[in-house]
Design a protein around this ligand. Sequence first.
Ligand code: JFZ
Length: 490
Amino acid sequence: MKPIQIILHLNLRLTLAAVLLAGANLFAQDTTNVSAPSLFMTPDKTPPSPELLMWRKEFGATHEQRMQWWRAARFGMFIHWGVYSVPAGVWHGTNITSSGGEWIMNRGRIPVADYQAFTKQFNPTNFNAEQWVKIAKDAGMKYIVITAKHHDGFAMFHSQASAFNIYDATPWHRDPLAELAAACKQAGIKLGFYYSQAQDWNHSGGAAAGSKTGQLLIDKQNHWDAAQQGSMDDFIDKVDVPQIKELLSNYGPVAEFWFDTPVGMNAERAEKILPLLKLQPDTVVNNRLDSKKSTGDFQTPEQKIPPTGIPGKDWETCMTMNHTWGFRAYDHDWKSAETLVTNLVDIASKGGNYLLNVGPTSAGEIPEPSVERLQAVGAWMKINGEAIYDTTASPFAKQLPWGRCTKKVADDGTILCLHVFTGFWPKDGKLLVPGLRNKNTSAALLAGGKELQTSATAGGLVVAIPATAPDKISTTIVLKIKGALEIQQP
Ligand code: JFZ
């Protein structure tokens, strides 16, 4: 074919595919760059019920009470681990690159029986719960959220509700959630569960979201195997409800519960699940239970940091370190430790939490490049953590030219933690805090405690800083201010 023919041919195919998929293709972009769960909304004419809307008041602990530890924590580990780590992004010799590795069954249109066969090769003998928890703790993370069941329907715990679980269906015969719960308790790290309540590609009646492949759909739910068809209401009764009960009953305190992709989750279905949360009134819950997002303690921006935070709401940005949530053998494009630290600072300065993902292998190991980066973040957090934990958003309306600011309340005023990014370290020895009018101030480097002179100028407060940046990523200057903050916003 001549180049022009190839282009025409491609064009025609793309157009055809677009027409075929109109309305069904929920994933026009790679999920690593997409973040609007509203794409999963199904036409549900009924308004959210009063029960859904009032849910926060129902369970004893108030939203404010539940969120206290969470707001102080600021940094957590997301773990996407499942039987998808066996194919590791490859099906029949083809790299399946659309969506994360955890989507391989859907993206590859893998028949249910073939997918279930992966369990025979899932024998993660190198799994060590204490080690994983230590990796998180050494990174400065305060909580872990692990996939208890992802869209593939495979339970990563010993479930009585379905034999498609890691204890019963693999040669390994262990319950990693039980082991993690024990290790977390020992280490003082909180544990939470991700649970795909709507999409489930293995149990009949579970939902399935759109595909990029253009293959014919068996029904409007986008099922590709007859075994997937069935009543979603029955599926919720027989799989979701008992499994969520197990998760909220058998593993001690569950710090956070993470629902996802509410395909087909109308108010009636959500209400079968909602009352289960009463089993643990203190659990903080994300906003992806029902298609209207009527419930939830916090918002869930995915792979992105909202430019000005989400004023008036709690939020947690979840993010991958490479381009996939679940392990993919050939994804070696990792974010640098500098990027990860800068993201954490950026998120804290906007009042959010950072849930940073790792995708362990089928051998039970967190990939070494992730471990190395988490160690570097941990080294930074060891010195600068107190400028992250227990802080609130920057009081400056305009982004600071040299970095970010986090805030703490002190008995007699305010502490501003000035995070100066090394690439923006002022070369003239003067750090201008624009618009800050307070006169009663004192400043010091957080690392080592060296005091720094401050002076009031027309443009704001100037802090005298060393000629070169002390930290190779971001240096923290602690600015103590007596009395009420006086900031002249631009
Ligand atoms: C979801 C999952 O599908 C994904 O596998 C991963 O677990 C992530 C944390 O959450 O990803 C989404 C959710 C919503 C959209 C895209 C990806 N969306 O609305 O486009």
